[in-house]
Design a protein around this ligand. Structure first.
Ligand SMILES: [Mn+2]
Length: 347
């Protein structure tokens, strides 16, 4: 078990509170949702009144997780404490700011449970428990063990789902032996991974319309810098048409990443109000995703990150800069790898 210094304060806040809001950022995923639903279950069993909040819609591919429809877009009129899961970036809580609820949140004791080391910080948080592990759910598991909180089968299922989601089935670089131990302990507790996977796959089935759209997107993939960079651009009309069914970027980004010689895949989305977002995925050995994102004011992990640029900048200019900057990073990485190889030969 990992002992976190933040545990005592987290336990104190939770013990003193009755109604506790659990918040996800505006980009919910399997880890944030699984973590939020696990916490809801754990706090409920502790006799608390948990309330689930997310400023954005929960994407339909996550609707196989029972309880997603309990999530609301408004904070309750009264609550005692809040737990933000899976983000440390205030920019990702924009909807809370837009609806003028952030100031309100800041008056309560706020706990952040996260694993995004490079993402900055939430200035109004009272306790930040941000650990360099593969999923927020892994941090929650450790906290639950340290606090001696109950973990029933439903909560365990949610934690495993969340860990499997962010670790892509325990295969990404940030997965550690401890991650395997935790999943092992949860399986020993009754979690059936095959059954969870079956449920997820059922929901992954796509409509014929979406399959055809995926084909269109794949045809539009552009390659740059000797195919080391693959990128695609998704215009507002397509975001409007397909996003309710599936995140267009996620339809193709893995196929892009899996092109021969490709190191980095970037999916740009151009919104109706003029702002642009980018989702970045890197292959193993080319961990520059957070550097690219940070260059444009975003953040994330070395292999997975994203950024958002407000309107005012022509998209083509932004895209060119992104490709140029990414090429430079890849060239530098190449040089340092060559350098290391030479040094290795010499020793
Ligand atoms: Mn996560």
């Amino acid at each position: 078990m990992n002992d976190y210094p933040e545990t005592t304060e987290i336990k104190e806040i939770v013990t003193a509170a009755q109604k506790i809001v659990i918040l996800q950022a505006d980009n919910p995923d399997g880890d944030s949702l699984g973590s939020a639903l696990a916490l809801e279950e754990i706090l409920g069993k502790l006799g608390k009144e948990p309330v689930l909040y997310c400023g954005a819609d929960i994407p339909s591919y996550l609707h196989y997780l029972d309880g997603w429809d309990r999530i609301t877009k408004d904070l309750p009129p009264q609550f005692d404490a809040a737990i933000i899961v899976d983000t440390s970036a205030v920019s990702l809580l924009e909807n809370l700011q837009k609806t003028k609820q952030q100031g309100w949140l800041a008056t309560k004791p706020v706990i952040v449970i996260d694993h995004h080391a490079s993402e900055g910080t939430i200035p109004f948080a009272k306790v930040i428990c941000n650990k360099p592990v593969v999923a927020t759910a892994e941090v929650i598991y450790e906290l639950v063990q340290q606090c001696g909180w109950p973990l029933n089968l439903n909560a365990q299922n949610m934690l495993v789902t969340a860990i499997m989601s962010d670790s892509l089935g325990l295969t990404v670089a940030a997965t550690t032996a401890r991650t395997f131990h935790i999943v092992g302990e949860l399986v020993a507790g009754g979690v059936n991974i095959a059954a969870l996977e079956q449920k997820r796959r059922e929901l992954m089935r796509k409509s014929p319309e979406l399959v055809h759209y995926k084909g269109e997107l794949l045809e539009r993939v552009e390659y740059h810098a000797d195919n080391r960079i693959a990128c695609v651009t998704i215009p507002w009309t397509e975001i409007q048409q397909y996003s309710p069914q599936y995140n267009p970027s996620m339809l193709v980004i893995d196929d892009m990443r899996m092109t021969a010689n490709t190191a980095v895949a970037i999916a740009f989305k151009c919104y109706g109000d003029g702002h642009t977002t980018a989702k970045i995925r890197c292959n193993y050995g080319f961990g520059i995703a957070s550097k690219i994102a940070e260059h444009f004011g975003g953040g994330g992990h070395i292999y997975a990150s994203g950024f958002k640029v407000e309107k005012g900048r022509p998209f083509n200019e932004l895209k060119s800069e992104c490709i140029r900057f990414t090429t430079e990073l890849l060239d530098t990485l190449n040089e340092s790898q060559d350098h290391e190889a030479i040094q290795h030969q010499n020793t």
